[in-house]
Design a protein around this ligand. Structure first.
Ligand SMILES: Nc1ncnc2c1ncn2[C@@H]1O[C@@H]2COP(=O)(O)O[C@H]2[C@H]1O
Length: 263
């Protein structure tokens, strides 16, 4: 079998303009730097990086410039989409230089990639607009029989955690209706839930990925941090639509405010 395309998903970095700032006790820049070092040591090196939202906690241009400067030494083409904490104008202003691309529909290896914006300004939950859904449908029509990966920030499923389940994608059925018309879609990747998650539906695998900073405790009804390490996802995508994935955890030991009830 031909060599697959190697993809790394990095999500929910929650970087601040001020690199020393912490999220519930964890300095998000330091935690992300440990992950970037781990990615630099991967063999083979990833062919591309996918950043699936909440790249910044404060949405400031400096936080995106920090992200850009941390990833630049890797020399890997990088694509991104916004999460609920991000500010799209600032992202479009900063994350378009060098190997950082704002493209939302592109081909790499034998796969096609489509990245969606599920952000609702001022809200924590997600929603896909009629315009986004129409764009997705048209793109999938044009792409045809090429194995396709979709990215968005919010999970189109509840994950069994009451507090998080109030902020998942509000219109998953509208997304499923489009995907059901296009059997070339094989994978849907998201972030937001700060935990490893996998769910199959109609021949599509839906994968949630740990944050590069704090982790949420799976199954907790109320907000609760998990002592699990920061992480990221590796995907190997084969031309014949086969794929393989694994989650890697960092060696970083977070100093967490475990009594926190939110942020
Ligand atoms: N105690 C809480 N209850 C509900 N939502 C919360 C709580 N604490 C934080 N949040 C929000 O829920 C979001 C889930 O992941 P985010 O990283 O998007 O950021 C989180 C906050 O915006």
């Amino acid at each position: 079998m031909m060599s697959p395309l190697h993809v790394v998903q990095l999500t929910d970095m929650h970087l601040f303009a001020d690199e020393r700032r912490q999220l519930l006790g964890l300095p998000t820049q330091e935690s992300f730097q440990t992950i970037v070092r781990q990615v630099a040591q991967l063999q083979p090196q990833p062919d591309l990086l996918l950043l699936t939202g909440d790249l910044s906690q404060d949405g400031k241009p400096e936080s995106y410039a920090l992200l850009q400067s941390m990833l630049a030494p890797l020399g890997i083409p990088t694509y991104w989409l916004p999460g609920n904490h991000d500010r799209l104008p600032e992202m479009e202003q900063v994350l378009t230089k060098g190997l950082m691309s704002a493209q939302k529909s592109f081909r790499a290896g034998g796969w096609h990639f489509l990245l969606l914006n599920s952000q609702v300004t001022g809200c924590v939950h997600g929603h896909l607009s009629a315009t986004s859904l129409e764009w997705l449908d048209e793109q999938l029509e044009t792409v045809g029989a090429v194995p396709t990966l979709i990215g968005l920030h919010h999970p189109p499923f509840v994950v069994g955690s009451d507090w998080l389940d109030s902020s998942t994608l509000r219109n998953p059925e509208a997304l499923f209706a489009v995907l059901d018309r296009h059997p070339q879609v094989k994978l849907v990747l998201f972030g937001h839930i700060h935990q490893d998650y996998s769910q199959a539906r109609h021949g599509v695998q839906y994968l949630g990925t740990p944050s590069t900073c704090i982790q949420f405790e799976p199954g907790s009804a109320d907000f609760a941090l998990d002592e699990e390490k920061p992480g990221f996802r590796i995907l190997h995508l084969y031309d014949d639509a086969d794929w393989w994935t694994t989650v890697k955890r960092s060696s970083y030991v977070p100093q967490l405010d475990l009594a926190a009830t939110g942020y």
